[in-house]
Design a binder for this molecule. Structure first.
Ligand code: APR
Ligand code: PHB
Length: 390
């Protein structure tokens, strides 16, 4: 097989890039390890920055997102029994976010690729990029029981944190930066009316909690749990009881509980791999960086990688200009690290750290008090949350 751009990974990053390149007449193939159903079964993020939403529109895949997604002008932070609102729209001169599940967005991208006759191969095994330091890289893999080879001009690693792309870069050419947090998030999806029309991030001495949603009939809740916990430690009743403990009384009183249709624990990690390029291999999304979900930056950090790569590849193929490709890693990392800082800051602000000293807990109290005492501090939070410019 031969194509112009070989994309490893059929998650949101790989599919969005594939669709954007297709719209510009740039041939590409997506190699995905799992089935479409498996990829869609993973419950992930739910908040889209305006930059990501604009990319979906440019890719011609935003019709359902714009119809079913909810525009959110703000969210609340609960602490010590009270709640205070962060007015995203007012603090950013009108910018908002869209609440629309990553599952639905990925489904829309799969449907668009299929409608356009795109090549997305599922259940691909033993994917391995080769000759990345030459101008004729290729990817070997197994598909339908046969050994295959895909010759391409560029290989894009959109294969997530556990993928093969980052691991194909020689160790002496890669620097990795990581912080692992001493807790995880236990998440529940339930077919219940959301407790609040806007998201509520709750700080509590028993641990962090988040009230989110996918629609007016589908709620998404999280509570911070010790890393030693497993899903089996948490019955639905135990989850709802603990969530109520961590919410202000008036919110807890309105919480509509119901059976969990999905329940999982995700560890929290900050991670960045530098550089995001090795010869003809470019990393994008979770393949290159991971953030704790607190700041809703995961999918949105992937968006700017895809934006830069898309424009760089169009410049290469349509203008013979490789400036975007040459500057990709530096440009992508500059925004990735701003997302890392924001996610780390929100995580540090809102979670209960088992080992924190009395001094650190006072700092946390003061950080929150300062935030709500200063329009400028709130403005900084808001401009990061709605998405810094690409
Ligand atoms: N070969 C082919 N595909 C692979 C391989 C491999 N060796 N390893 C992983 N994959 C696939 C996975 O099955 C997955 O579908 O690559 C895809 C990577 O998708 P994501 O992990 O969702 O990463 P990305 O597309 O960058 O999206 C980032 O997803 O995980 C969330 O929080 C994250 O919201 C963020 C978003
Ligand atoms: C979610 O709805 O899954 C979600 C929303 C906001 C976050 C994290 C997760 O910060």
């Amino acid at each position: 097989m031969k194509t112009q751009v070989g994309i490893i990974g059929g998650g949101p990053s790989g599919l969005l890039l594939s669709q954007l390149l297709h719209k510009q007449g740039i041939a590409n193939v997506v190699l995905e390890k799992h089935t479409r159903e498996y990829v869609l079964s993973r419950i992930r993020a739910g908040v889209l920055e305006h930059g990501f939403a604009d990319l979906m529109r440019e890719a011609g895949v935003a019709e359902r997102m714009d119809r079913e997604g909810e525009i959110h002008d703000g969210f609340e932070i609960a602490d010590g029994g009270g709640r205070r609102r962060v007015d995203l729209k007012g603090l950013t001169g009108g910018k908002t976010v869209i609440v629309y599940g990553q599952t639905e967005l990925t489904r829309d991208l799969y449907d668009a690729r299929a409608a356009a006759g795109g090549t997305v191969l599922h259940e691909v095994d033993d994917v391995q990029p080769h000759d990345l330091e030459t101008d004729a890289p290729f990817i070997t893999f197994r598909h339908n029981g046969e050994n295959q080879r895909l010759d391409c001009d560029y290989v894009i690693g959109c294969d997530g944190f556990h993928g093969v792309s980052r691991k194909s870069i020689p160790k002496d050419r890669l620097r990795e930066f990581e912080r692992v947090y001493p807790f995880g998030w236990l998440g529940v999806l339930s077919r219940t009316k959301p407790v609040s029309p806007e998201l509520i991030y709750a700080r509590h001495e028993r641990g962090f909690a988040l009230c989110s949603l996918r629609s007016q009939v589908l709620s998404r809740y999280y509570i911070q749990v010790p890393l030693s916990d497993t899903v089996d430690d948490w019955s639905d009743d135990a989850f709802w009881r603990e969530l109520k403990h961590r919410l202000p009384a008036d919110v807890a009183a309105n919480l509509v509980t119901g059976p969990s249709i999905e329940k999982s624990i995700a560890p929290l990690r900050s991670f960045v791999a530098e550089p995001m390029r090795y010869g003809r291999l470019f990393l994008a999304g979770d393949a290159a960086h991971i953030v704790p979900p607190t700041g809703a930056r995961g999918l949105n950090s992937a968006a700017s990688d895809i934006y830069y790569l898309y424009h760089a590849l169009v410049d290469h193929y349509q203008k013979g200009d490789d400036g975007g490709l040459d500057r990709y890693s530096e440009k992508a990392l500059a925004r990735v690290w701003k997302g890392q800082r924001f996610s780390w800051w929100m995580t540090t602000l809102l979670h209960t750290f088992p080992e924190s000293s009395a001094f650190e807990r006072r700092l946390q109290d003061t950080d929150l008090a300062y935030l709500f005492s200063s329009e400028k501090a709130l403005g900084s939070l808001a401009e990061n949350y709605v998405g810094l410019p690409f």
